[in-house]
Design a protein around this ligand. Structure first.
Ligand SMILES: [Zn+2]
Length: 443
């Protein structure tokens, strides 16, 4: 069962009431304002959920030099912000879309799809400055978003397989990427975007970068929106873009930073550090296109494009995981499992391939092998209720009713309104572990 928006909002309102912490000083404006989450709450939320989001975006790139380059830029810039003491951390993600995001404690991800589009370090620093702006002005804590993250975790995940009521196919749609892909990301208001842009340019110049980097990166995004709207769809959904934002940035450079023309952009340094990524730019763009098609349910069309991407970059973790999911959706079970095993082999520390491998084995009816995967995933990336559900499901299929009931009970306690609630409850009731739900009161 997929949670409807109404059910979801119902749960959210309840959890929100508990999460409001009252007034706090905004570190940027110095004014008191309503915050839904305390500073320690921001850090806890970040620690709890950022690892799940990073994994659903295929983890950090396995290129220590590139991650170190990004971290150096991030740490230097964070030092000039209003909240230099936050536990900032930075990684380039294997994600193929054009995107960057931050969690409220300062855990940030910059997609490969973004890195291959930027033209110099000043543009990267502009994106960094903007994300730092969101953390410093505490934007996600001013909205309900952070407060309800835990509820989002139980909402439906991206579904690549058609739902068939009651059958195993419906069960397989859940959590293909672990926790619902991108559901954990903050969605900012237009007012938040204005403020993050202003702060971003301030941090950019304070870090000795040319503020034209901000205008340049907006040009890149606007251009992509015209030619490849699918690639920036998520970015624009979370960070609303507008002509006004662009015009304001152009005006701000002229009026507030008139003497900034000679500040550096560091084009060569950026090109050197991203050379490895740009070598496989074609493959990343193919994956971008395929991912977009898969999101739209066009699996058969996506498959040849993924094949092409894997010809150009045969050991690409994101490419292999995507291909495994695509095959799974097309019911090519043996192929799906083969790609998942290959993905595990190229990036053993990353959890998503293990989860997808469990799904492929489940689909093929190999329940004990699937159980090994879900147990391994839970060790690497604990805290995803879907994993517990799938462990229970494997046990049930193997005839281990007691273990199945324990897992289902845990799932039910962790996410009572979750995607698998109906199935879990009906099993627990029919096995005698739970009383049947009370009939609705007479009118
Ligand atoms: Zn933003």
């Amino acid at each position: 069962m997929v949670m409807t928006r109404r059910q979801f909002l119902g749960v959210s309102a309840a959890s929100m009431a508990a999460a409001v912490t009252g007034c706090a000083t905004n570190p940027v404006t110095g004014r008191r304002q309503l915050m839904f989450v305390s500073e320690s709450g921001e850090v806890d939320t970040d620690r709890q959920w950022a690892p799940h989001q990073f994994s659903s975006n295929y983890g950090a790139v396995q290129d220590p030099k590139l991650n170190a380059y990004l971290s150096q830029i991030g740490n230097d810039m964070a030092a000039v912000t209003h909240r230099p003491g936050m536990p900032y951390n930075f990684r380039v993600l294997n994600m193929v879309e054009v995107n960057a995001y931050t969690f409220p404690g300062g855990s940030m991800g910059f997609a490969r799809g973004l890195m291959i589009q930027l033209e110099d370090e000043a543009q990267l620093a502009a994106v960094m400055g903007h994300e730092l702006g969101h953390v410093n002005a505490r934007h996600s804590s001013q909205s309900q978003t952070t407060a309800i993250l835990t509820q989002l975790a139980v909402a439906a995940a991206a579904a690549y397989v058609e739902h068939k009521k009651g059958g195993d196919a419906a069960i397989l749609t859940a959590g293909l990427g672990g926790i619902g892909a991108n559901l954990l990301l903050s969605r900012y208001s237009r007012q938040n975007e204005r403020e993050a842009d202003a702060l971003g340019m301030d941090y950019l110049v304070r870090s000795n970068y040319n503020p034209e980097g901000m205008v340049g990166v907006m040009d890149v995004f606007r251009n992509l929106f015209t030619h490849k709207p699918g690639a920036v769809e998520l970015l624009f959904a979370t960070h609303p873009m507008s002509d006004e934002r662009y015009a304001t940035a152009v005006k701000r450079v002229k009026e507030q930073y008139p003497d900034s023309g000679n500040l550096p952009r560091h084009r060569d340094r950026y090109m050197d550090h991203t050379a490895g990524l740009r070598r496989i730019k074609g493959a990343i763009e193919d994956m971008q296109k395929a991912q977009d098609m898969m999101n739209g349910g066009k699996l058969a069309e996506a498959q040849p494009i993924l094949k092409q991407a894997l010809t150009k970059a045969p050991d690409d973790y994101a490419g292999l995981v995507l291909m495994s999911k695509c095959c799974l959706g097309l019911k090519q079970h043996a192929e799906a499992e083969r790609y998942a095993q290959q993905a595990k082999a190229v990036y053993p520390e990353e959890a998503q391939a293990v989860f997808v491998s469990g799904q492929t084995r489940l689909a093929a009816g190999r329940f004990s092998a699937a159980l090994v995967d879900f147990e391994a995933y839970d060790k690497t990336l604990p805290g995803n209720p879907n994993t517990v559900f799938f462990q229970g499901f494997c046990h049930e299929k193997m005839g281990h009713r007691q273990q199945a009931a324990e897992a289902y009970g845990k799932y039910h306690a962790a996410s009572p309104g979750g995607e698998h609630s109906a199935l879990v409850q009906s099993r627990l009731v029919s096995w005698g572990y739970m009383a049947p739900p009370a009939p609705p009161a007479a009118q």
